[in-house]
Design a protein around this ligand. Structure first.
Ligand code: PGA
Length: 235
């Protein structure tokens, strides 16, 4: 399974280093064979020689250049980062990234062979508009994306469930994942208010290949507990 932590705009370079140290020693001590990804804040990117795979929460589709406030391939290469999160709802909805811009990033980093965690998910009004409209909306987020890309991981994250403590029912998650698996056979993660108390149930669902965790992953011991659930379930 794939267990991923999106640390967003949290932790410092120092506290991220401590976090990764604890995480790596947990993985080693417990012989964890799951794929563990961590997306720290940009200023906390670093070379990582443990088992954890570090990824960038965002990067511009460029090697370098005049793009104030952005980072590009050159800054990722410094730390041998080959994993990126693209299309997260906070970038789509708070920072106004369009599908067109997202596709540009996707294609740029795909060409370089990056592992791409690509996020999709509907806002509340689309969910409330009924299944058909909701699935249409989610389908529009697949537009321009190579769903056959070998290093693709998709994360289904309903916008209304992110950071709110709300989650779809388990049946809903399973149904949507089944529909999304028909669009792409890439590993499919669920994200949106996953925490220690619901991670195990979510991980047991059909067509759920892992989880993408935000707030609850800020506590390294909670994140480790979720990793151990995945480990137990995979045995
Ligand atoms: P959350 O965030 O776990 O805090 O809901 C998930 C995400 O944004 O990836």
């Amino acid at each position: 399974m794939i267990i991923a932590a999106n640390l967003k705009t949290n932790l410092t370079r120092k506290t991220t280093l401590d976090y990764l140290g604890e995480l790596n020693s947990f993985i080693q001590k417990n012989h964890i064979s799951q794929e563990v990804l961590v997306f720290p804040a940009m200023s906390s990117l670093n070379s990582c020689d443990g088992d954890v795979i570090l990824g960038a929460q965002n990067a511009y589709a460029t090697k370098n250049g005049a793009f104030t406030g952005e980072i590009g391939l050159e800054q990722l290469e410094e730390f041998s980062i080959k994993t990126i999160l693209i299309g997260h709802s906070e970038r789509r909805h708070i920072l106004g990234e369009t599908q067109e811009e997202i596709v540009k990033k996707f294609n740029y980093y795909k060409k370089l062979g990056f592992k791409i965690v690509y996020c999709v998910g509907e806002p509340l009004e689309k969910r409330e508009a009924g299944k058909e409209e909701m699935m249409q909306y989610i389908s529009s987020q697949y537009k321009g994306i190579d769903t056959m890309y070998e290093n693709l991981i998709i994360a289904y994250e309903p916008v209304w469930a992110i950071g709110t403590g709300l989650t779809p029912t388990l049946v809903d998650i399973e149904n949507i994942h089944t529909d999304l698996k028909a669009k792409s056979s890439a590993p499919l993660l669920y994200g949106g208010s996953v925490k220690v108390t619901n991670a195990k149930e979510v991980l047991t669902l059909k067509n759920v290949d892992g989880i993408l965790v935000g707030s609850a992953a800020l506590y390294v011991e909670h994140f480790c507990t979720m990793i151990s659930y995945a480990q137990d379930l995979s045995q």
